[in-house]
Structures are given as C-alpha cells and as structure tokens.
Design a protein around this ligand. Structure first.
Ligand SMILES: [Cu+2]
Length: 122
C-alpha cells in the first residue's frame, strides 16, 4: 500500500514538472517585478468572470486578474516571489473552470450556476 502511494505521488510530481515547463510560454515579465500570464479558461459569461476574478483576488501573490469573456482568456498579474503559474492555474481550477491544460476541479464545477457550466446547452 505504501509503495503504491509513493508510486502515485512520484507520478503526480513528474506530471507537475512537465506542466511547469510548458506553463511559462505565455508569461511576460513586467518592470515592477510582477509577471503577467494568459490562460485559456472555460468561462462562458459575466458571472463566470466575477467568480474567477473574485477567487483569484483572495490568492496570495496575485495582484490582479482580468477575464475577457468572449475569448475566454484570463490575464493574471502575480508576484513570482509569492506564487507561480501552477498555483494560479490551481486557483482557477478550484473556482470551477479549466485553466489551459488544467481541468476544472469537479467539485467546484458542480457548484457553478448551471449557465456557467461549459457543457451546458446555451
Ligand atoms: Cu457563467
């Protein structure tokens, strides 16, 4: 059982490392030491925008976030000394939305308003 757990966590770690390598491709370093990244989300409406931006406002190290609803693109400004793109994506996922290759956290997704679910009929 323990061996199994170690194997699983090793797999998780290597998966995270692979994502970390691809995560920086859309990042821009700002003059004030912050970093701006662009993420593709599964947001569909203004309510989604509010949900995501509010969730990120509580995250440590995130300075600001802005979701463009039509393109589903979220831009996030964060302090790289306090957080990183993986944590940003995790926070978006935990609010119920996809963040690039990171799928939405299922429990959070289930709690979304029905019109905010990516596979709902519009
Ligand atoms: Cu919505």
């Amino acid at each position: 059982m323990n061996t199994f757990k170690i194997l699983i966590s090793t797999l998780c770690l290597s998966g995270t490392a692979a994502i970390a390598q691809t995560a920086v491709k859309d990042s821009v370093a700002n003059n004030d030491g912050t970093v701006t990244i662009q993420l593709k989300t599964s947001a569909v409406c203004e309510m989604c925008k509010e949900t995501i931006e509010k969730a990120l406002a509580f995250e440590k190290g995130i300075k600001s976030s802005d979701l463009h609803v039509e393109s589903k693109m979220l831009s996030v400004v964060y302090d790289p000394r306090k957080t990183n793109s993986i944590k940003v994506k995790t926070a978006v996922s935990k609010s119920g939305y996809d963040a690039d290759e990171w799928p939405a956290d299922m429990k959070a997704y289930e709690r979304l308003h029905s019109c905010c679910k990516k596979d709902s009929a519009h």
